[in-house]
Design a protein around this ligand. Structure first.
Ligand code: PGA
Length: 248
């Protein structure tokens, strides 16, 4: 059975005071609940690893460069993230694809860099509002999936996060039927390409997941958890989402 995963993406938020929230979150988890991953800014990675040490909460980065080292001012490589004790890294988030013009080929290279450093890649895909309105969602995200996921993708090295761009930070979420449709299609595409083993690849939904809508979203068979932005910043908001996932 796929282990459920509640992942938090702090984005460009968080200072040392948020580490108190993280310590609280880590202290209140049981070993039998869903897997939990928090992705703070790079500046807090090592601190976050130390305050969650020995707890069921894992730590991840939010992006990595495709190269291991080199003349890339301001960038951080996957081995550097791994050296902090982090175990995962988000790649291909729509904010990176938009703000930094990252292509599917760029994202695929980052996934491979993550794997080479021993990190799990949390690979994000999702359609824009225009693409949703134009009825091309399934085609667009299938293309993104295949172009961004390298050969060799498995349930051990990769998690796929489906995040409709128009749902991120807006308070708008797709209908449950739309979430089921996209996640079922993604599962079929993964199994078609990687074989029956792809049943173990976790598929997260992301985009305005909140305590009041999480339980409904988690009823979908091929939703194995969530990638949560705003509601991952406070333990009081994230915990009910973790609890809804545990109960699903
Ligand atoms: P949100 O962000 O939960 O604040 O909508 C989700 C994400 O971008 O990962």
């Amino acid at each position: 059975m796929r282990r459920k995963l509640a992942a938090g993406n702090w984005k460009m938020n968080g200072d040392a005071s948020l580490l108190g929230e993280l310590a609280q979150l880590a202290g209140q988890q049981s070993d039998t609940g869903p897997e939990i991953l928090i992705c703070p800014p790079h500046t807090l990675l090592a601190h976050a690893v130390s305050v969650t040490d020995g707890s069921p909460v894992g730590i991840g980065g939010q992006d990595c460069h495709a190269a291991e080292t080199g003349a890339h001012t301001g960038d951080v490589s996957a081995p550097m993230i791994a050296a902090t004790g982090a175990q995962a890294v988000i790649v291909g988030h729509s904010e990176r694809r938009t703000d930094h013009h990252e292509t599917n080929a760029d994202v695929r290279a980052k996934v491979k860099a993550a794997w080479a450093a021993g990190l799990t890649a949390i690979l994000c895909i999702g359609e824009s509002e225009d693409e949703r309105m134009g009825d091309s969602t399934l085609e667009i995200i299938a293309d993104q999936l295949h172009a961004s996921a390298p050969d060799g993708t498995t349930g051990d090295n990769t998690v796929i996060a489906y995040e409709p761009i128009w749902a991120i930070g807006t308070g708008r979420v797709p209908t449950l039927e739309q979430i089921i449709e996209t996640h079922d299609m993604l599962r079929d595409e993964l199994v078609g390409r990687f074989g029956p083993e792809a049943m173990t690849i976790r598929l997260l939904y992301g985009g305005s997941v909140k305590p009041n809508n999480a339980a409904d979203i988690f009823t979908a068979d091929n939703v194995d958890g969530a990638l949560v932005g705003g509601a991952s910043l406070a333990a009081a908001d994230f915990q009910p989402i973790i609890d809804a996932l545990a109960a699903s």
